[in-house]
Ligand binder design. Structure first.
Ligand code: GDP
Ligand code: GDP
Length: 434
């Protein structure tokens, strides 16, 4: 399971800037989507020796003026979720009483807290860090979040404090790893139970912490699967039913661990902002996906129509994923869902040879040429596959960096249709030869 790193500190010290550097978000989707806990932002950090989950307490005090107590409370709550924390302070502004107050609270914690002095560019390292020794949180490190300086060693150090669990890398189970994600109460456990059958449930009732991976293998129609996560698997064996709180950390861990993500929503309630936020996380990770709208039994026809419209309106970024309308409770459509899981995984790993890709590019361009930019036409010459899962298509030509977004979307759709790439996001990268 991924280590969890929390970014703590006063407003305006540069936590969000650092968060963006660490996550190198391909898309601003997560940041844009409302609905998740307003005081925290979650992403996958991709700087350093291994991926990790990063929690930003950036929203603190943005809406209301920061009450110092509130800031401390929220920092400590984020710290509870984390394996390690980075306490960010502002090297330009210098040490403030609020920093001292936070440091006092952190020193009482058992978690390791690394101290990062941000905005240190253009100043001598010793000078900028000197006064922060007073916080007694170890050697202060000088960084610049905007320039990306000092960040790699900081993260290497942070992650060295979190041991890699046995078997963390290179799982040897065979089968497509599937995660079912969604808000609490949309029917994740019911769906999982459908796939597994009753006996399996009891066997998987293991105690667990956030960093415990639960993996349950099963087979259907000759295909092997491994269910990852999953709170849902465990929960069924409990006597009392209750509605859980959404754990973003667990959801991210499941997404990261999965080959294919099944995005489950509750069709009787329609699509909520929280649904959109959760699905945005999976997209951000580049996962192959299938959308399943559950509780389709007993929904009135007008509600059905509304839900279908909402799917396109609120989850437009999941247009690449196949949609299924199911009843986990009655088992309707539950088997077909796995068929789409297979297809999505196959599409994510498809070989796209250069000649074939280039021919498709030529066809796309001849049907609909790229626009003129200041009298010059962008030339797209050939394409090759730069990676799989998700497929990365690299397009070579002249002035390709000027390709407008709309044309990029056109190409993406063209490739998707030509190569039948349903269920996987496609990345397109432009390279210029001059
Ligand atoms: P947060 O409230 O802690 O999340 O802080 P932000 O990331 O929103 O940054 C607050 C301000 O500090 C913004 O204007 C950033 O551009 C600026 N900032 C962030 N990192 C740096 C840095 O490394 N150097 C400088 N000079 N400014 C920075
Ligand atoms: P989870 O929190 O996402 O794991 O949701 P559960 O699987 O615990 O289901 C939440 C509630 O929705 C339970 O009362 C289920 O019986 C009910 N439920 C799940 N699937 C369906 C379905 O397909 N149709 C209907 N009508 N109810 C369902």
């Amino acid at each position: 399971m991924l280590p969890v790193v929390a970014l703590l500190g006063r407003p305006n010290v540069g936590k969000s800037t650092l968060f963006n550097q660490l996550t190198r978000s391909r898309d601003a989707l997560v940041a844009d989507s409302p609905g998740l806990t307003r005081d925290r932002q979650y992403g996958i950090g991709r700087v350093g020796p291994r991926p990790f989950i990063v929690i930003d307490t950036g929203g603190i005090g943005e809406a209301e003026r920061p009450v110092e107590e509130l800031m401390e409370q929220q920092s400590l709550r984020a710290l509870e979720e984390a394996d390690i924390a980075i306490f960010v302070v502002d090297g330009r502004q210098g040490l403030t009483p609020a920093d001292e107050q936070l440091a006092r609270a952190f020193r009482k914690q058992s978690r390791t807290v690394l101290l990062a002095v941000n905005k240190a560019e253009g100043q001598s390292r010793d000078e900028v860090t000197a006064e922060f020794h007073a916080l007694a949180l170890g050697e202060p490190r000088a960084i610049s979040a905007t320039l990306g300086r000092g960040i790699q060693p900081l993260i290497e150090d942070a992650l060295s404090h979190v041991p890699e669990l046995e078997g963390e890398q290179g799982y040897n189970e065979d089968g497509i790893r599937v995660a079912v994600i969604g808000r609490p109460n949309v029917g994740k456990s019911t769906l999982i139970n459908r796939w597994l059958g009753e006996e399996r449930m009891v066997a998987s009732d293991e105690p667990g912490t956030t960093r415990d991976a639960v993996r349950v293998p099963f087979s259907r129609d000759g295909q092997d699967y491994v269910l990852v996560d999953t709170a849902g698997v465990r929960r069924r064996a409990r006597v009392h039913e209750y509605v859980e709180k959404l754990s973003v950390v667990k959801t991210l861990q499941a997404i990261e661990d999965a080959n294919v993500v099944v995005a489950l929503v509750d069709g009787s309630e329609g699509i909520t902002d929280q649904d959109a936020s959760i699905m945005g996380l999976a997209l951000e990770a580049g996962r192959a996906m299938v959308v399943a709208v559950n509780k389709w039994d007993g929904i009135a026809p007008d509600r059905r129509e509304r839900t279908k419209v909402e799917l396109d309106l609120k989850l437009p970024f999941l247009g690449f994923a196949k949609q299924h309308f199911i009843s986990a409770k009655h088992g309707t459509g539950v088997g077909e869902l796995l068929g789409s899981v297979n297809e999505a995984w196959e599409a994510a790993n498809r070989d796209l040879p250069t000649p074939v890709l280039t021919r498709a590019l030529e066809d796309a361009v001849s049907r609909h040429a790229p626009p003129l930019i200041r009298g010059h036409r962008i030339k797209l010459r050939y394409a090759h596959q730069g990676g799989k899962n998700p497929p990365l298509i690299v397009i070579h030509g002249n002035q390709t960096e000027r390709t407008p977004k709309a044309y990029r979307r056109y190409l993406e759709n063209y490739f998707r249709q030509t190569f039948d790439l349903q269920g996987t996001p496609i990345q397109i990268e432009f390279r210029s030869t001059e």
